[in-house]
Design a protein around this ligand. Sequence first.
Ligand code: HMH
Length: 234
Amino acid sequence: MATASEKEGVEPHSELQLITSAWLKRHADLFRKATFHPFIQSIRNGSLDFNCFKRWLGQDYIFVREFVRFLASVLLKAPRDTANEDIDLILGGLVALDQELSWFKKEASIWEVDFLGTNPQKANKDYCRFLENLMQPEVEYVVIIVALWAIEVVYCDSFAICLEADAKTPPALLEACQRWGNEGFKQYCVSLQKIADKALNNATPDVQQKAETAFVEVLKNEVEFWNMSYDDQN
Ligand code: HMH
């Protein structure tokens, strides 16, 4: 007999993603603000002031340096019984960050952005402090794997918008958009979501609540990060 999900044509693993899917619905407005931000819209319609892109580049490099530590902490905190392929996925994410940092350095020379002379702005400092708090020993693995998924999926969905068929993204910004908007990165995000839901399914309601709060906090931090990049008054 066909299961309910087969009848509806939903992929068989989808029951594992119920919790994160419910959050995406519950916080759809905020998620939209984090992914369809004026910064992204203006890349997509070709009107972004390149100075905003340069500001984003310098700030995001600082963020990614902190994110390396965060990702390493996710790997360290993974419970002993974590499936090997889940560990390998996170390890692959860390390896990709090595290439990402090289890409940032290459872009810095193209755009003449001096990373060493760049100071983190408030939204960036706040976001990095949020990551630092998540790295504390008492924070559960479930909470940080959810945060990791949320951080990645926002960039994935945002930059994918700039690659849609009718987008007028300037050629100079295409590489950045492809870095996070490509199909491989999307698959990485889907895999992270599955790991997050697996962990959530085994968590107590109390910890599930903490993870949802972390998810919402990531979205708010992402909105502030775009605001900062788009407008230097922030
Ligand atoms: C602010 N969020 C921010 N920067 C990034 N590079 C990502 C998410 C994705 O790694």
